[in-house]
Design a protein around this ligand. Structure first.
Ligand code: ZN
Length: 266
C-alpha cells in the first residue's frame, strides 16, 4: 500500500508538472493543481511538494509554530518560548490594532524563493501547500473567526500581476474552514510605492491607502486578515484600523512569512 501511495503521489506530481509546463494562464494551472490534489490526496507533505524548488530548501525552512510574539509573530531570540500571550517589546510599547498575529515561517533564504515565486512568479501551484501552512499557523485563530479577508491589491497592480496572492491563500482557506470569504470588504484606494524602507516611511506609504467597500457589512464580525509577508506590519495595521473603525468586533492576522531584520527580538 505505501508503494501504491507513493506511485500515486508521483503520478500527481507528473500531471501537475505537465500542466505547469503547458498552461499559459496561472489560474488554470492552480485550478488543475487543486483538481489533481482532489484526485490524489497527498499521503504526506514530503510527497506533495511542488516541483521546481531545490529539495534542500525544504528542510531549512524555519516554521514558527507557536513561538514568538503573540501580536506580530516575531520570534524571540534563540527560539525562546515565553508562552502564547507574550508580546515583544515593540508591541508592548506600540500595539497593533489587531489582537493576534501568526506567521507560518520565517522569511529567509530558505523560504524566499517559494514566497516570491508564489507572489510574482505565477507559481499558484504552491497554493495548496501554502494554505496548509497558514491553516496550521493560525490554528488558534480559526475557532474565533467569522470571516477571512485578504489584503487587497490596487486595481492597477492586480491588472499587471493578474492575481492577488493574498486572495489565492484566503479563498481556499475560507472554503476549507467554512468561514465567510470577503475579498471585497477592503479596497485599496490608491497605489502605494512597492517598497519603502523604514517603518515610518512604510506607514506613511500605506496609512491612507485602504477603505471599506461602501455598504460592506463589517459590524460585529471577527475577521482574520490574510497576507503573504509581514515586514513592518504597516499594511496590516492600516487594514485592521479600517476594519475596526467600520465596527469589526475583532481583527487578527495570519501571514505566510515573517521578515525579521537584524536580530530576533530579545
Ligand atoms: Zn510583537
Amino acid at each position: 500500500m505505501p508503494k501504491l501511495t507513493s506511485r500515486l503521489g508521483h503520478l500527481a506530481s507528473e500531471v501537475k508538472a505537465f500542466v505547469a509546463a503547458r498552461a499559459t494562464l496561472a489560474p488554470l494551472r492552480a485550478l488543475t493543481a487543486s483538481a489533481v490534489d482532489l484526485a490524489f490526496p497527498p499521503a504526506a507533505d514530503a510527497e506533495h511538494y511542488p516541483s521546481g524548488i531545490p529539495s534542500a530548501n525544504w528542510s531549512k525552512i524555519r516554521f514558527l509554530a507557536d513561538e514568538g510574539c503573540d501580536m506580530c509573530a516575531r520570534p524571540f531570540l534563540g527560539g525562546l518560548h515565553f508562552g502564547r500571550d507574550a508580546l515583544c517589546s515593540a508591541c508592548a510599547e506600540k500595539p497593533f490594532p489587531f489582537v493576534r498575529g501568526r506567521a507560518a515561517c520565517l522569511y529567509d533564504d530558505a523560504s524566499r524563493g517559494i514566497i516570491l515565486g508564489f507572489k510574482h512568479g505565477d507559481r499558484l501551484d504552491y497554493a495548496p501547500m501554502l494554505v496548509r501552512w497558514l491553516e496550521r499557523a493560525g490554528a488558534d485563530l480559526w475557532p474565533h473567526a467569522d470571516a477571512i479577508v485578504p489584503v487587497p491589491l490596487h486595481v492597477s497592480r492586480l491588472r499587471k500581476r493578474r492575481y492577488n496572492q493574498a486572495a489565492e491563500l484566503a479563498r481556499p482557506l475560507a472554503r476549507k474552514l467554512r468561514r465567510d470569504y470577503l475579498p471585497d470588504m477592503l479596497i485599496r484606494t490608491r497605489a502605494t510605492k512597492p517598497q519603502a524602507n523604514s517603518p515610518e516611511a512604510r506607514w506613511e506609504n500605506v496609512r491612507t491607502a485602504f477603505a471599506l467597500q461602501p455598504g460592506a457589512k463589517v459590524a460585529g464580525r471577527r475577521i482574520v486578515l490574510v497576507d503573504d509577508v509581514f515586514t513592518t506590519g504597516a499594511t496590516l495595521r492600516a487594514c485592521a484600523r479600517v476594519l475596526l473603525e467600520g465596527g469589526a468586533a475583532q481583527v487578527t492576522v495570519a501571514v505566510l512569512a515573517r521578515v525579521v531584520s537584524g536580530n530576533p527580538e530579545l
